[in-house]
Design a protein around this ligand. Structure first.
Ligand code: IYR
Length: 221
């Protein structure tokens, strides 16, 4: 077995009172995050978005395989192609593939098959998962791929919110068209599509509540 090398842990540490305050402050900050479906076309600097992706890449992953690729798209032609293909699939979803109860569950969000944000938002980030790596044509299996890439997506969404921008976890279904449009290799599968940008001025979001601690936590003791 390859021997591993270790270095001293150098992460941040705080006094307990400061930790309590930071935890409460971070919760309040994150609780302001909302999925936004209408975007401004105001440009967002590339270096900002690249730092968001670097942050996503700090997520833990199975055996540290980092089984993800983030496609960063601003090319209007590619955005248009993605919109057309996504809307074709979503049209089928809303007009037959989705059950009536599913559509009822979505009513509070006022969604439909139109996805203009795919062209209006200055950036699209398409996350691909890699079930295996291809090294010199050889397949090397990755581990806990969905968990790992889901965690990276969570880090990315948090980083977007932390920067003062908005996003939406969009999952056009099926989304294999993304692999074709973005010309990704055979070991990559589209996982999630996130528009990133400023909210459209005056945008509204559904008036939703979040579950309280007593609904999401079971404590022993
Ligand atoms: N993918 C569709 C439908 C949709 C499904 C769920 I679950 C949502 O939370 C939101 C939308 C769409 O993007 O419209």
């Amino acid at each position: 077995m390859k021997s591993s090398s270790f270095i001293p842990y150098s992460g941040p540490q705080f006094e307990e009172q400061e930790m309590v305050e930071r935890a409460e402050h971070f919760y309040k900050y994150m609780n302001k995050r909302r999925s936004v479906r209408e975007y401004s076309d105001k440009p967002v600097p590339r270096e900002l978005v690249e730092h968001l992706i670097l942050t996503a890449g700090t997520a833990p992953s199975g055996a540290h395989k980092q089984p993800w690729t983030f496609c960063l798209v601003s090319d209007p032609e590619i955005k248009k192609a993605i919109r057309i293909a996504a809307e074709e699939e979503e049209y089928e979803n809303y007009n037959g593939r989705m059950s009536e109860s599913w559509k009822q569950d979505l009513e509070p969000f006022a969604t439909d098959w139109h996805k203009p944000f795919l062209e209006i938002a200055p950036w699209l980030i398409v996350i691909f998962k890699k079930p295996y790596d291809l090294i010199n044509g050889e397949k090397h299996k990755n581990y806990y791929v969905n968990e790992s890439v889901g965690l990276a997506a969570g880090f990315l969404i948090s980083a977007i919110h932390q920067a003062g921008l908005v996003t939406l976890t969009h999952t056009p279904s099926p989304m294999n068209f993304l692999q074709d449009i973005l010309k990704r290799p055979e070991n990559e599968r589209a996982f999630l599509l996130l528009p990133v940008g400023y909210p459209k001025e005056g945008v509204e979001v559904p008036n939703l509540d979040r579950k309280g601690l007593n609904e999401i936590m079971v404590s022993y003791p």
